[in-house]
Ligand binder design. Structure first.
Ligand code: AMP
Length: 498
């Protein structure tokens, strides 16, 4: 069996890998590291969760041992589609590069230019960027790309989805033709293959898992629910409680950011240890929420696809799909958050009568039928009578609302607390003397503005806007309460790297 010491990595790198507790390289690492060390171009087809990051970080560290950085002339450049992914790559450099004295600069949106300028001035060995912020620095005349020896284009299919390809092409043109290029994508449709052909010279192709296959280590179940959100919330609570013994931590996915906020508030009121991530939260709040979850301060994390895409949370025991995703490839991405690096995981998806066509598409894509947990949709009890229906019948006034509430109290005992006015939500209660962190983003929901905020990058390309809106806008009104204001007590671990 191949071990890390067979791959040609330097002693400094090997000792950091040993300290990280890894002995056996994953298939993408075994396949990509040796040719990368020979300065060959790589076309890697691998999803997050396969050990892909180390497959480029480890050879880069070894190659960087020769030579040193000059001011404003980075030696290597890594392009990532999102700030979170960029920050995760930076963390990998810290972990595996602890025996090196390298300058790592993270250039992402939402962070001041001055701080980033200072790092560049000192000379960066490794520059990790989202494309727009890098171009901003180039336009300010603060960066010279002519010294870049290695270019990494990570998550190319996501870059395409998000409309970043024109930016990548501009960046690639600034870098000498003699560079080494490492190109990674989870899938390889024709459009991505064309890009790879343009960026790479005689690459070594390393493919580790068929695109769209689901990890064998994940136990998947579908769970029938009635359509209304309050009924789905009750089903979800029962599921979480039923899994209590095995549940270490879980990500719960919703399709829209409004539902992320609603579900977060509901679970919080029901006493669960829960946080939330959605596209309207500012960068600092997102990073801090994530590190609270990673450190085990929060057990559950409610998230939208946009906010959670590509996050590296190594040992999530459970994934719950509160909503079945509309795009079946999102199902694969979501359940890929669990069962990573050979661990076992469980994925439960709520399915209502409205979701059957999405379920069919998912089962077609993954090539298997998913088992029902407690019987299919025909086994469901009658829907609970909804508070909303009652309210519509009786009018919308506050008194009617209160009366309807009183009358329905017993019937709705399951969900009684979730229908309180927003003002009663714990997320809006502020402990005395604590300051609040105000989100940068308010209520402008135009796709262009939305993406500028989330990716910190230019959004001056119509094609990009269209593409982004298609996959990356967790549509719906901006959430109130938690959406705009994060209480300071939720942000206690403020070690965001950005
Ligand atoms: P990635 O695909 O880069 O997001 O990595 C997924 C997870 O696998 C990360 O938490 C890594 O720390 C972990 N990992 C990376 N390499 C190995 C390895 N050789 N053995 C076990 N786990 C690994």
């Amino acid at each position: 069996m191949t071990t890390f010491s067979d791959l040609g990595l330097s002693q400094k790198v090997l000792s950091a890998v040993t300290d990280a507790g890894y002995t056996i390289p994953t298939p993408i690492q075994a396949g990509a590291i040796p040719p990368a060390l020979e300065r060959r171009d790589i076309c890697g087809i691998a999803q997050t969760g396969t050990g892909k990051t180390a497959s480029f970080v480890l050879p880069m560290l070894t190659l960087l041992e020769k030579g040193r950085a000059r001011a404003r002339m980075p030696r290597t450049l890594i392009l990532e589609p999102t700030r979170e992914l960029a920050a995760q790559v930076a963390e990998n450099f810290e972990k595996y590069g602890k025996n090196h004295k390298l300058n790592i600069a993270l250039l992402i949106g939402g962070v001041s230019f001055e701080e980033q300028d200072r790092k560049l001035e000192r000379g960066a060995d490794v520059l990790i960027c989202t494309p727009g912020r890098l171009l901003d620095h180039c336009e300010r005349g603060k960066l010279l790309m002519t010294g870049v020896e290695i270019l990494v284009i990570d998550e190319a299919d996501r870059m395409l989805d998000m409309g970043f390809i024109p930016d990548i092409e501009r960046i690639a043109k600034m870098i000498p033709f003699t560079r080494q290029t490492l190109f990674f994508s989870a899938t390889m449709p024709a459009e991505i293959q064309k890009l790879a052909d343009r960026f790479l010279q005689n690459p070594v192709r390393v493919e580790v898992a068929k695109p769209s296959s689901t990890a064998k280590t994940v136990t998947q179940r579908i769970v029938a629910s009635n359509v209304k959100d309050y009924e789905k919330r009750a089903v979800l609570r029962d599921l979480i409680k039923g899994e209590e013994e095995e549940l270490k931590n879980a990500i719960i996915f919703c399709n829209r950011k409004k539902d992320v906020a609603d579900l977060f508030r509901s679970l919080d009121r029901h006493g669960f240890s829960v946080g939330a991530l959605h596209g309207d939260m500012d960068q600092r709040s997102r990073m801090t929420m994530l590190s609270n979850f990673k450190d085990g301060n929060l057990k559950l994390l409610v998230a939208s696809d946009v906010a959670a895409r590509g996050l590296d949370i190594p040992d999530v025991s459970h994934v719950f799909n509160f909503d079945l995703p509309v795009h079946s490839e999102d199902y694969v991405h979501r359940i890929g958050r669990t069962g990573r690096a050979g661990r076992s995981g469980k994925a439960f998806s709520l399915v209502t009568a409205k979701d059957t066509k999405f379920l069919d598409a998912i089962e077609k894509m993954i090539g298997e039928k998913i088992e029902w947990l407690n019987g299919d949709l025909t086994a469901l009890p009658e829907p609970m009578e909804s508070y909303d229906n009652d309210r519509q019948k009786r009018g919308r006034g506050g008194k009617d609302r209160d009366r309807a509430k009183g009358r329905d109290k017993n019937r709705r005992s399951n969900e009684a607390t979730t229908e309180q006015p927003a003002a009663a939500a714990p997320a809006t209660e502020q402990p005395a003397g604590e300051t609040r962190v105000k989100s940068e983003q308010k209520t402008d929901r135009a796709p262009r503005h939305y993406d500028r905020q989330n990716n910190g990058d230019h959004a001056n390309n119509d094609n990009r806007d269209r593409r982004r809106h298609y996959r990356d806008n967790d549509d719906g009104p901006t959430p109130v309460g938690f959406g705009d204001d994060i209480p300071a007590f939720m942000l206690i671990v403020a070690n965001a790297k950005a």
